[in-house]
Every structure is written in structure tokens, then in C-alpha cells.
Design a protein around this ligand. Structure first.
Ligand SMILES: *Cc1c(COP(=O)(O)O)cnc(C)c1O
Length: 399
């Protein structure tokens, strides 16, 4: 049996698994009607998508841009972060976070993580200098960083927070949604994010009307009208065609999220019983949305090979610490600077965990992992021991 990491095949299949909507037919109908309007650039459907996005996330404004990376870059530009400035962020993140900082001419200052793969606030406080211009906490894996502590530090130093909530749509911390804490929040709608479109797209969220207006200028050449340019900007518009698809996907964000959480709960319960695996601490006051389901594993590389040989498409996010990548050499970091990130890169494994996995596939995945550590016979499941996906899903919806 193959347990796929990517859910796209199933999402795009018209006849998807029972209980999961198939999108393709409805979307193709939408596109057919839309193309006849010719409303491709900053069209009415984009406005509708932005409004719905802001509403769904409980923020005042959402500005559609070309990608999550551009959402970060334009946020930093709107805050006038540039040459000679420092921006503090997590050593354990996707390259785009650091790339965005470099793209505006600033220097990424990396800080190590806690046991939950998320930025350590105490180390953030120690990394602040006179050149620090912003802090970018990352909702890595779709889990909540310590936003209370980070906001207290930012306030004390009068620094803005830009949230890299690119992979955390629907996540929250003490009931407050990702993307609503910082001066801006940033989101990606890349095909592999929890809510996706059929290509690249991103969104910036903000509570600040003036900033929202500035961001709308920056994403469209600074044009205030057809003939007048208020500031230098770029072309980073969210395609109206993608917005059309985003509207349909966004309507399912709660269902997608609940299914992912249900899947993660089952994996957590099973993996906590395997001594060679370490499930990271889960903050009971936060809602993680499991863009990535990651645990630490002994003998990781052999487990990864075993899983892949058995059809379980596990992966590693990511094997090389970002500060030690070739692109970051000039920043002058050395092995030993980020012990937790290094340990994670050597031991983390990411398992498939998404809205299109069946009970049987999750059971298979658990069996494959058990059989690696405990041998063939121990891998047989004890009947009735794990909650079914449906039961877990219902429990999540009721919680
Ligand atoms: C996906 C992602 C991004 C970048 O988003 P794109 O839309 O691919 O540009 C940035 N940061 C994090 C944490 C991400 O997961």
C-alpha cells in the first residue's frame, strides 16, 4: 500500500475518498464562466477572496500577492526594513523566511528553537541589537510560537513583528488566529499548503488600514491610478484566476484543519508508545494545523529508508540547518551555534498527515514504523486500541 505525502492527486480527482469533496469539476465550471469576463487583473473575484480571507482569519484586511515569499518581502518593505538592518528569525524554517530578509537588503539573525521546533523567545531577547528592525516568528509546521512572550519582547524594544504564518492558516494561540498578532501576517497558498490554489499565491493580513493601503500600492507598481505612481513597487498581484480557486478551497478550511488534526492525534497516540520516537511538546493552549507532522526519531535515516521502501512517503524537513547552507556562508555561523536545530536536522522525520488519508492508510503507516523498531510481530495492532479517524475527527469538531 502506498501512503502518499502529497494529497494533490486526490484533491484534483473528481471522485475523491468518501467524505472528502472533489474539487475539479466545480472549479473547472468556475473557470469556464470566469474567463468570459476577462476580469483577470485585480478583478472582482480577488477582492471577494481578500474579504473572505480576512473574515475567515478574523483580521481587518487581507492583501493578495504573488506568493508567501512576496508576502514577507512586501511586509518588510512596507516597514522600511533595508540595508544595514537586522531581522531576527528562527534557524529552523523554510529558506523563504531568510530569503525574504536578504531580498530587502537586510541581514537575517538566526536564533535557535525550543524542543517544539519553534523560536526560543529568551534567545530572541538576547539577539536584539541597535540594528534590529523586526522580528519574524515562524509558525513552523503549522504550530504556534510563544506569541505572548515574543510580543512582550517586541513591545519592550518597540520592534514590529511580521508573522511567518505562511503554513499555518487556521492555527491559533490562546484562541487568537495566526496572522492577527503581528503588524502583518503572511500566508502561502502554494499547492502543498493546507489551503492551496493551482499555482502560486500569497496573502498579507493586517489590522492597519494605512499599512493595507501601502501594501496594495507596493504589489502593483505603486500605482494610485492608471497614470500616477506614489512609490516604487513591484508586480506581485495575486492572479484573479487563482483567487477564484482559492475561494472554493477557503470555504473548507475548517474541515481540512479538523481532518489534519484528527490524523495527527492518532499518530501522536501511537508514536508516544514507541520509545525510539519523541513527539514534540504540544501546547494545550494552541491549535496546531499540521502543515507538517514531524517527530524526532532514533536511527532516522534507516527509518526513513524503511518507510519509503514500504510505500510510506516520509520526508525530512529539513536535513541541513539553514545557517549552515552555502547561501548563508557570509553570515559567519558555525556548527555548534544552534544545538537544537542541529539535533532536529539529524533526527526529525515528517510523515504524511493530511485530509485525504484514510483510517487504513494511517494504520499502515503506524504499523510500518512499529515494525521498524519493534520487529514484525509487535507491529500487529491491538484491536480497538487506536481511535478511528472518524471518531478522532468528531472529537476534534466537538472540542
Ligand atoms: C511555504 C512557506 C513560505 C513561502 O511560501 P511560498 O508561497 O512558497 O513563497 C515561507 N515560509 C514558510 C514557513 C513556509 O512554509
Amino acid at each position: 500500500m502506498r501512503v502518499p505525502f502529497s494529497y494533490l492527486e486526490r484533491q484534483f480527482a473528481s471522485s475523491s475518498i468518501p467524505g472528502s469533496p472533489g474539487y475539479t469539476d466545480a472549479m473547472l465550471e468556475d473557470i469556464r464562466a470566469f474567463v468570459q469576463t476577462g476580469d483577470f487583473t485585480l478583478g472582482a473575484k480577488l477582492e471577494e477572496f481578500e474579504e473572505r480571507f480576512a473574515e475567515t482569519l478574523g483580521v481587518a484586511h487581507a492583501v493578495g500577492v504573488n506568493s508567501g515569499t512576496d508576502a514577507l518581502i512586501l511586509s518588510l518593505r512596507a516597514l522600511s526594513v533595508g540595508h544595514g538592518d537586522e531581522v531576527i528569525t528562527s534557524a529552523e524554517t523554510f529558506i523563504a523566511t531568510a530569503g525574504a530578509i536578504v531580498a530587502v537588503g537586510a541581514r537575517p539573525v538566526f536564533v535557535d528553537v525550543r524542543d517544539d521546533f519553534l523560536l526560543d523567545p529568551e534567545q530572541v531577547a538576547r539577539a536584539i541589537t541597535v540594528r534590529t528592525k523586526a522580528i519574524i516568528p515562524v509558525w513552523f509546521t503549522g504550530a504556534a510560537p510563544a506569541m505572548d512572550a515574543l510580543i512582550a519582547i517586541a513591545r519592550a524594544h518597540e520592534l514590529p513583528i511580521v508573522e511567518d504564518s505562511c503554513c499555518a492558516i487556521g492555527a491559533s494561540f490562546h484562541g487568537q488566529r495566526a496572522g492577527s498578532f503581528g503588524v502583518t501576517g503572511t500566508f502561502s497558498l502554494h499547492p502543498l499548503k493546507n489551503v492551496n490554489v493551482w499555482g502560486d499565491a500569497g496573502m498579507i493580513t493586517t489590522q492597519d488600514r494605512v499599512l493595507a493601503r501601502q501594501l496594495r500600492l507596493l504589489r502593483n507598481h505603486g500605482l494610485v491610478s492608471r497614470d500616477e505612481v506614489a512609490c516604487f513597487g513591484v508586480n506581485s498581484r495575486l492572479d484573479t484566476l487563482q483567487a477564484l480557486l482559492g475561494l472554493r478551497m477557503l470555504a473548507d478550511v475548517e474541515d481540512i484543519t479538523a481532518r489534519r488534526i484528527a490524523c495527527a492525534l492518532r499518530l501522536d497516540a501511537a508514536f508516544r508508545d514507541i520509545p525510539q520516537l519523541t513527539v514534540p511538546p504540544r501546547d494545550p493552549h494552541a491549535r496546531a494545523v499540521f502543515h507538517l507532522y514531524m517527530v524526532r526519531a532514533e536511527d532516522r535515516d534507516a527509518l526513513l529508508a524503511h518507510c519509503n521502501a514500504c510505500g510510506v512517503e516520509a520526508k525530512v524537513h529539513y536535513p541541513i540547518p539553514l545557517p549552515y547552507q552555502a547561501c548563508a556562508r557570509s553570515l559567519g555561523y558555525h556548527r555548534g551555534d544552534f544545538p537544537k536545530t542541529e539535533r532536529d536536522c539529524d533526527s526529525i522525520i515528517t510523515f504524511p498527515c493530511h485530509q485525504h488519508l484514510s483510517d487504513g492508510e494511517i494504520d499502515t503507516m503506524i504499523d510500518v514504523v512499529r515494525s521498524f523498531y519493534l520487529g514484525g510481530t509487535a507491529s500487529r495492532r491491538v484491536a480497538g486500541r487506536t481511535r478511528s479517524l472518524h471518531e478522532a475527527h468528531v472529537a476534534v469538531q466537538q472540542s
